[in-house]
Write a protein that binds this ligand. Structure first.
Ligand SMILES: NC(=O)c1ccc[n+]([C@@H]2O[C@H](COP(=O)([O-])OP(=O)(O)OC[C@H]3O[C@@H](n4cnc5c(N)ncnc54)[C@H](O)[C@@H]3O)[C@@H](O)[C@H]2O)c1
Length: 356
């Protein structure tokens, strides 16, 4: 079984009673025992970068994909990610040697030896449930099954499972082999022992995980991001600002501090009472619609999928779309390096040093 020295998160020094991982614990990265096996189901955008992360962390990785075209292209796409990560020194093994530790098939039965399986198929409850049931048929009763759902409650994924206590949410961020983000979400039936095992796995993958001890739709980041997206659409649809104006403001304000601080640290840094004063008048003015924004529906109806088909909220030539994709990967590497330079307890470490 994959073991790690990564510790289970201890209580952070916040006013909240919720336990959170500290960077002191999460930076102590442990590698899975060489040869320990992990599985990924769904070799789309995220599943491929998740498989690259697991390979880079030392697992043997079995990947399953149901679409024949995606199955054929998966080795090429996986190798490209490993080559990019290797050129940025994310791991020392050669991409080709890591590829030898990967197997890719269309059959869930190949997951039989996996100690942890990451489901990363489409965001559809019925599909995910069916995949999880299929995985349960082949893996051992102790294997962890983590779903990379963006917002489906984990409790819904556990319904009808043989061993719901080992099913949890494992929410990654793209590009999954570069970002340090991971939310581990307990469904109603997840055992805390299994949640802690998942935290240890996440630490061994170089993540800084947050543990959600209770299930909630959207988890942490998506609840907050979708509140932001709703307001962004409101401003554009009602003529207050253009798409580019909204993007520019957020990049230069929130984008400037969020990797350093997070919202609560940021309020500490900039003075808490001012936020309370603003909330008093602003909160009732914010958009609370439960409809998918009309502009979003219109853009999707036009066939836009984003840079993947060079059609989005902005216009792209195919060359520009490719360039944006590449720049996003380059930026992800740079922001990771910057985040590592300023870990979440950076200020505490300095205080401790000067006090010594
Ligand atoms: N794209 C993101 O940035 C992002 C971020 C966080 C979480 N997620 C979540 O990750 C999951 C995957 O997202 P994505 O963007 O990679 O989607 P995607 O469409 O690129 O990939 C999904 C893959 O799953 C495959 N698939 C579907 N049914 C399958 C089955 N029964 N067995 C095996 N393979 C199957 C599809 O063929 C496809 O290759 C979704 O739940 C999504 O909400 C995505």
């Amino acid at each position: 079984m994959a073991q790690s020295e990564g510790q289970v998160p201890q209580s952070g020094e916040t006013r909240s009673s919720a336990r959170k991982p500290t960077s002191r614990t999460t930076r102590k990265v442990a590698r899975p025992i060489p040869g320990s096996e992990a599985g990924v189901v769904g070799m789309g955008l995220m599943g491929t970068s998740i498989a690259a992360c697991l390979l880079g962390a030392g697992h043997r990785v079995t990947c399953v994909e149901s679409d024949p075209g995606k199955l054929r292209s998966a080795p090429r796409r996986l190798l490209a990610i490993l080559q990019d990560a290797s050129s940025k020194k994310l791991f020392s093994a050669s991409p080709l040697s890591l590829m030898k530790r990967a197997s890719i098939s269309g059959d869930l039965a190949s997951l039989v030896r996996a100690e942890i399986v990451v489901e990363s198929t489409v965001e559809d409850l019925a599909v995910k449930r069916e995949v999880i049931r299929g995985v349960e048929e082949v893996v051992s009763s102790k294997a962890l099954i983590g779903s990379n759902t963006s917002a489906i409650p984990v409790t819904d994924l556990q319904q009808g499972a043989k061993h719901p206590e080992r099913i949890l949410g494992l929410h990654w961020a793209e590009p999954a082999n570069i970002t340090r983000f991971m939310e581990i979400i307990c469904g109603g039936a997840t055992s805390m022992a299994n949640a802690k095992r998942a935290v240890r796995f996440a630490c061994s993958w170089g993540k800084e995980p947050s543990l959600l001890r209770k299930d909630i739709r959207g988890f942490i980041t998506n609840r907050i991001m979708y509140a932001m997206l709703r307001e962004a659409f409101y401003l554009v649809e009602n003529g207050y600002a253009t798409v580019a104006d909204v993007d520019r403001s957020l990049r230069n304000d929130l984008g400037y501090w969020i990797t350093f601080a997070g919202p609560f640290r940021f309020m500490d840094l900039t003075g808490i009472p001012a936020y309370a004063a603003v909330m008093k008048d602003l909160l009732s003015d914010l958009n609370c619609s439960s409809e998918v924004p009309a502009l979003m529906q219109e853009v999707i109806k036009s066939g836009a999928r984003g840079v993947s088909n060079a059609k989005g909220f902005y216009r792209y030539t195919p060359a520009q779309a490719k360039r944006w994709e590449k720049l996003f990967i380059d930026f992800s590497h740079e922001i990771r390096r910057l985040a590592e330079k300023y870990p979440e307890d950076a200020g505490d470490a300095k205080i401790a040093k000067t006090q010594r």
